[in-house]
Design a protein around this ligand. Structure first.
Ligand code: N01
Length: 536
């Protein structure tokens, strides 16, 4: 295209995680000049930043493999059904090396702002420190869970010991042995860390605001011969993921909990509880997340399991959620998590009984007393889904700021594009399907790659969604979530973060449709010539 050769790049991709790496590979193969800007010092995204002890996949490792390269599938061996962070990080490094991706990635480059230049129809990107780039297309592969948040309590920085957030874990080794350690937060990250820290710490104090329903991970090693079987089975694994509602290997049971006898229900739940990964959460009866009574029965079942596993009755009751039913928040996967509370070096402090007052030089003060620590770990989560976008000053047509327009209402097209933000793509963005990350990433990357090829091939300058098409999508997102109990609960999945101003209200940040239907819709749009988009 005349004029475009003067730009620094055809495409800038922000983020070198699972999505960004594949996006670079796809576009480069088509001959585009691509630059990836990555804040970290290496590839990996989530698996680079979340290097806390105990961090691992909650989904079957092989279901998270890239599927685009048979050679890659042949060459990479997973050694655990639920791979720990170091191996997952090595996998992404292996991918980067195999496809020679690093030469087009600029590390330690955190994007501060991106502004659309209407006169030249290009994006102007400024990296922290001042470096600037101009490109035609901009792809944000910055993740849904990459803006860590600390609790809104006073004096966090005044603590004289060591303190960390799970999502910004240092590369240097952190040890807990002979130390008095605190963990704040009992979501998926907190649960994984608590299990690890309890093994070596002199004392571990867990500060829990609201408990979560957790189910056993049942992780196991994968032997060489088992890996050979998995490799042969990859086509079936990916096919099963493709047919399931969320792109996982688990599929919803085609019966209602309320249509079977009590004995059948109990038997089924016992079986699911004994199976690995998200079996209990995602492989359950089809009415349990819509019907309150079905959900209550399921919650009672899991509560009984917790009572069986925790010796002290009061502690067991504190660990059983009373504010939401099973599966209506993301279910942390655990390995002897509940048994940790039977150890003499572990205590549970319920912040709903004795709330935080502040952090002190020596530790944490609640309304009850001051606790002293050597180390405090904040497993307090993320400004999820929109937070990573809000942190960058993204300005589209007429200087319109993305974060400001989202403050009143989030409107996207397929969770990938936004009206008035031409040549701008989010993989993933808000309102995209809530699914197995790699399966979704591969699909969205290929869809966006095909669209960019279409725009380029037709000699077009700009592409953005029509406002009515984006509004239709956002209304569809709301409709699809209406019946679900998950949307009656405050969590990052419903856009709530008590530590971030303006994020106390539930919004539809996630699409609750099903994976085959999402793909069909996206493919239909492409095959009918992208009529929902406007080109110039
Ligand atoms: O974050 P969370 P996470 N005072 O938001 C508490 C993915 N993930 O990092 O429930 C006191 O779930 C908060 O309490 P409450 C996964 O998708 C994947 O654990 O709000 N406590 C909660 O207990 C997951 O869902 C893997 O009352 C405060 C915790 O901090 C997502 O990441 C592993 C507080 C935050 O839990 C996020 O998980 C780990 C305050 N002011 C994570 N503020 C894999 O397996 C917050 N809390 C791949």
């Amino acid at each position: 295209m005349p004029g475009y050769r003067d730009l620094d790049y055809d495409v800038v991709v922000v983020g070198a995680g699972v999505t960004g790496l594949y996006q670079l590979h796809c576009l480069r193969k088509l001959g585009f000049r691509v630059r990836v800007l990555e804040a970290g010092s290496d590839v990996g995204g989530t698996w680079y930043w979340n290097r806390y002890p105990g961090c691992r996949f909650d989904s079957e490792s092989y279901s998270y493999s890239y599927s685009f390269s048979q050679e890659l599938l042949n060459e990479w061996d997973w050694t655990e059904h639920f791979s720990a962070q170091p191996q997952t990080e090595r996998y992404l490094q292996f991918v980067a090396d195999k496809f020679d991706l690093r030469k087009d990635i600029q590390f330690s480059s955190r994007v501060a702002s991106t502004v659309f230049d209407e006169e030249h129809s290009c994006w102007e990107i400024t990296v922290e420190g001042g470096a600037q780039f101009r490109c035609r297309f901009l792809i944000m592969s910055i993740g849904h869970l990459s803006a860590p948040t600390l609790p809104n309590i006073e004096n966090i920085a005044k603590f004289s010991g060591e303190w960390f957030h799970t999502g910004l874990w240092p590369k240097e080794e952190v040890t807990f042995s002979c130390k008095d350690v605190a963990v704040v937060g009992t979501g998926a990250s907190g649960v994984q860390m608590i299990q690890e820290i309890s093994k070596t710490a002199k004392s571990l104090t867990v500060f829990q605001r609201n408990p979560n329903w957790c189910t056993p991970l049942h992780n196991k090693e994968i032997s060489k011969s088992e890996m050979q079987e998995i490799r042969k089975n990859y086509p079936h694994i990916f096919q099963a993921c493709g047919a399931s509602g969320g792109g996982f290997v688990h599929t919803t049971e085609d019966r209602n909990a309320l249509d079977v006898t009590e004995e059948e229900r109990e038997k089924f739940w016992e079986e699911q509880y004994a199976k690995p990964g998200f079996s209990m959460w995602l492989g359950n009866f089809k009415d349990v997340y819509i019907d309150r009574e079905a959900n209550r029965l399921l919650s009672d079942f899991v509560a009984r399991k917790i009572r069986d596993r925790v010796v002290d009755e009061k502690t067991a009751e504190l660990l059983i959620p009373k504010d939401h039913g099973f599966g209506t928040k993301r279910v942390p996967q655990e390995t002897f998590y509940y048994e940790v509370y039977n150890q003499s070096n572990v205590r549970l402090v319920s912040l709903s009984e004795t709330p935080f007052e502040c952090v002190t030089k020596k530790g944490i003060k609640t309304t009850d007393r001051e606790y002293e620590f050597d180390t405090i770990v904040y497993a307090t989560g993320f400004d999820a889904i929109t937070g990573s976008f809000d942190r960058i000053d993204i300005r589209g047509v007429n200087g319109r700021r993305l974060r400001e327009s989202w403050r009143s209402k989030i409107v996207t097209f397929l969770g990938v594009q936004v009206p008035d933000f031409p040549n701008f793509f989010m993989i993933p963005g808000p309102q995209v399907l809530f699914a197995n990350h790699t399966r979704l990433a591969e699909f969205n990357v290929e869809w966006v790659t095909a669209l960019i090829k279409h725009v380029d091939g037709k000699g077009l300058t700009r592409v953005e969604p029509r406002l009515d098409a984006a509004e239709d999508w956002s209304n569809h997102v709301e409709e699809s979530g209406k019946e679900l109990l998950i949307n009656e609960v405050d969590s990052w999945m419903s856009g709530v973060n008590s530590n971030v101003e303006g994020k106390q209200r539930r919004v539809f940040v996630r699409y609750d449709g099903i994976w085959p239907a999402y793909r069909k819709r996206c493919r239909g749009i492409a095959s009918s010539g992208y009529q929902e988009l406007q080109f110039s």
